[in-house]
Design a protein around this ligand. Structure first.
Ligand SMILES: Nc1ncnc2c1ncn2[C@@H]1O[C@H](COP(=O)(O)OP(=O)(O)O)[C@@H](O)[C@H]1O
Ligand SMILES: N[C@@H](CCOP(=O)(O)O)C(=O)O
Length: 293
């Protein structure tokens, strides 16, 4: 049985905790019943011993598997990870979504995507990463009475994501602690209006509106000042032709959207200026979590 989940970029500037989209960078796991517990890990995180000994995927999977079957069994887990850890590309959401999906799939139990999304909410209480991880595409989501309410839209092939992954991680939990406790009415209005405009731009495919609509005053500047080079990355990306450029999730990745034909020159400019960061271009993912039994 094989499960794959896409990376996600949350917030998209003003849509703090409510907007997110999926990109075609994936974590994949193959699980087989086995006489002994064993783990193999390739790609991102493979040099991190904690991911073999105390793996969040395995503990969530075991909890769900036991609750579903009342059985304890051994499995072989083979992980192929493309999503960098703690870089704001939704690595923890990918783990949560794929672990829950796998516990159902290994027993051949069907779980629909909206149930999977709501089960994932127990582990990640803001919906902006888990919704695109499950559904793919661009998503606007909120939580009401412990349920995710969302609207989803595919992103066309004519757009690409240009991604800059810095050499330092940022933990989402710690990054949230750097934000103010209170905001002014002006800041709230700024973000509500920009987030609404950004949503409308995605829904109507009005891509030239993205550079105005993606502005934010409530989280990026507080987070990016801990890695000031990110302001330069953002400026370089916009100057080189990207449609928008924002901190991805809680950082440290800087995420840009561009017309496909502009992406190579934006990627090149960013590579030249920031040779110590990883810069690459990917498509968007419009499918979300994929389960193959
Ligand atoms: N592939 C993985 N396997 C197991 N645990 C993972 C994996 N990716 C991420 N994690 C867990 O999620 C944590 C990162 O979560 P977080 O700080 O929210 O980063 P991100 O912005 O990438 O979601 C890691 O410290 C680790 O505990
Ligand atoms: N809305 C959250 C998103 C966190 O995303 P991650 O990919 O950094 O986990 C936030 O901004 O804290």
């Amino acid at each position: 049985m094989r499960v794959s989940v896409p990376a996600t970029s949350a917030n998209l500037g003003p849509g703090f905790d409510c907007l997110g989209l999926a990109v075609s960078l994936k974590n994949q796991v193959i699980i087989k019943p086995s006489k002994f517990h064993s783990v193999s890990l390739k790609g991102e995180g493979s040099n991190n011993p904690a991911l073999k000994d105390n793996n969040m995927f395995i503990s969530i999977f075991n909890d769900f598997y036991y609750n579903l079957t009342q059985k304890k069994r051994h499995f072989r887990f083979e992980f192929f990870n493309e999503i960098p850890l703690s870089r704001g590309l939704g690595s923890s959401s990918a783990v949560i979504v794929s672990a829950i999906a796998s516990a159902y799939a290994i027993e051949g139990i069907k779980v629909d995507k909206s149930k999977l999304l709501n089960l994932s909410l127990a582990y990640e209480n803001h919906p902006d990463n888990i919704t695109p991880a499950v559904m793919g595409g661009f998503n606007v989501a909120c939580v009401q009475e412990n349920e995710v309410k969302y609207i989803n839209k595919s992103i066309p092939k004519s757009l690409k994501a240009v991604i800059v992954v810095p050499n330092r991680p940022i933990s989402t939990q710690l990054s949230r602690k750097t934000l103010p406790f209170k905001y002014s009415k002006e800041d709230a209005v700024f973000n509500i209006s920009h987030s609404s405009l950004l949503t409308a731009a995605f829904m109507s495919e009005n891509w030239d509106m993205l550079k105005y609509a993606s502005q934010d005053v409530i989280h990026q500047k507080y987070r990016m000042k801990h890695m000031p080079e990110l302001f330069e990355v953002q400026k370089t990306s916009l100057r080189s032709g990207s449609l928008m450029s924002t901190l991805s999730g809680s950082g440290s990745t800087l995420f840009s959207i561009a017309y496909s034909e502009d992406a190579p020159k934006i990627e090149q400019a960013l590579k030249e200026k920031f040779p110590h960061f990883r810069v690459f271009t990917v498509d968007f993912d419009n499918y979300g979590v994929k389960i193959e039994i």
